[in-house]
Design a protein around this ligand. Sequence first.
Ligand code: NDP
Length: 285
Amino acid sequence: MAAQVIDGKTIAKQIRDEVKQTVEHWRREQFVPGLAVVLVGDDPASATYVRNKEKACQEAGIYSEVHRLDASISEDELLRLVHTLNQRPDIHGILVQLPLPEHIRSERILDAVDPSKDVDGFHPVNAGKLLVGKPGIFPCTPLGVIELLKRQDVPIAGRHAVVVGRSNIVGKPAALLLLREHATVSVCHSRTPDLSAITRQADILVCAVGQPELIRGEMIKPGACVIDVGINRKPDGKLVGDVCFSEAVHVAGQITPVPGGVGPMTIAMLLKNTLACAQLQRSSV
Ligand code: NDP
């Protein structure tokens, strides 16, 4: 039997509607959440991501402003902008779109963002909170993975979750969030010698690798829930995930498609994180 295909678009729309309702409620109390996005240079993919984030904020009623800066901006000038945004009471979330130009040390910029305004959840303070199990602001894509599982009623506690990929943006936080939900977690990466021996044990398989269709049908445990984070463009222009969907759909119990799975969840969770940051600052005044 073919797997149930998890509709990330519909779930993301539900979340965006919930965010919109909260914002309407807050606006009636004269409180408007605000997000500042910083875009440096003219990378077309980054420009598209930023436009989508701006549009999503508008639809949800969140105030947003985009700082479009020339690629030649110095690290110190960029830091000054981040410090200014940190101080502004009308801005509750700050997002610095990556990648930054080579002459700018991304780490220095991301570390300068006030952790309570860190909508991307990349600041070491928030990463540390995730590690030690404290509440904090956590990265949007892994949060989207957990939200998809929960809203699909996929049980997590006590199950074996395998995460392929160990980046700071997706793999590691996904593993920690699954651990927080009481899964037994394995993390695989490029040095894992026999990848399929591990992936075949997964009740929940999260793939965040960036290699088109690396995970074949025979690498999946029958009935497993497969969450494909990968977004890869093939030479023919087709968008595919890290999982070979046409094979996996006959083995898995549930599976996310690419596009239309995890992708739409990332922006939905960014909106949720903006509200979480706004709430943090609201309750601290
Ligand atoms: P990174 O390149 O930062 O990390 C990739 C990870 O995959 C690394 O840990 C690497 O291991 C591991 N890896 C690479 N090759 C293999 C292999 N053959 N077997 C096992 N592990 C391997 O990527 P990201 O985490 O940033 O992104 C991963 C994918 O998710 C990309 O396709 C990206 O486009 C997509 N993405 C999607 C988002 C969404 O909104 N849906 C958001 C963010 C990313 P090692 O550490 O050993 O090098």
